[in-house]
Each structure stands twice: as structure tokens, then as C-alpha cells.
Design a protein around this ligand. Structure first.
Ligand SMILES: [Zn+2]
Length: 106
């Protein structure tokens, strides 16, 4: 996956187009990611027990990884990334604009 947990991404297609948020979870099996405050869906919850209120909670729904683009933490802009190989053999993602290293690739 080219997107990782804790990456900041921008949504470039779909209902949530234009929103930015932090990746909370990556689901490689379905090629989807859960992005903080993106694609919020309302869920009705039942009262679970004493002191806990039932009601409506908002929860993020997964979005396709092809609908998001990584935002470079340094340029603060959607970044095209390239793969770079470090001296110790690790492969990392690198911002094409500022050359900032954006974490390991796997
Ligand atoms: Zn950058």
C-alpha cells in the first residue's frame, strides 16, 4: 500500500473530495483506508449499559485508497512520491517536490 497509518491524505475523488485528514487505519485486503473525519456516517447505537447513553455516533467509513493522495508533511501539499533506497537497503517514499522522506515502503 502506498498509504500508511498516520499519513495525512487529501481526498481527490468521491463524496468527500477536498477533505484532508489523518489515516487512522489501512485495510490492505480491500484497498481502503479510514481517514479521520472523512466520510462520516451516522450510526445508531443502543444503550449498552448503565451510565452509557444510546444514541447516534459518527464514525468514519472506509474510502478507496485510489481516491486519496498523500499530503507531504513538509510542503503541506498533495505530494507525488518516488521510491528511494537508503544506504542500509531500506526502501522509503520520498516527496518529489522537497525530497522529504515519508517513511518506509513495504
Ligand atoms: Zn514535500
Amino acid at each position: 500500500m502506498r498509504i500508511k497509518k498516520n499519513d495525512t491524505v487529501k481526498v481527490i475523488a468521491g463524496d468527500s473530495k477536498g477533505l484532508e485528514g489523518k489515516v487512522l487505519k489501512v485495510i490492505p485486503e480491500t484497498g481502503r483506508v479510514i481517514v479521520e473525519k472523512v466520510k462520516l456516517i451516522k450510526r445508531h447505537t443502543r444503550q449498552a449499559g448503565q451510565g452509557q447513553q444510546g444514541g447516534i455516533i459518527e464514525k468514519e467509513a472506509p474510502v478507496s485508497v485510489s481516491n486519496v493522495i498523500l499530503v507531504c508533511p513538509k510542503c503541506n501539499k498533495p505530494a507525488k512520491t518516488a521510491m528511494a533506497k537508503l544506504a542500509d537497503g531500506r526502501k522509503v517514499r520520498r516527496c518529489k517536490k522537497c525530497n522529504e522522506t515519508l517513511g518506509d515502503d513495504d
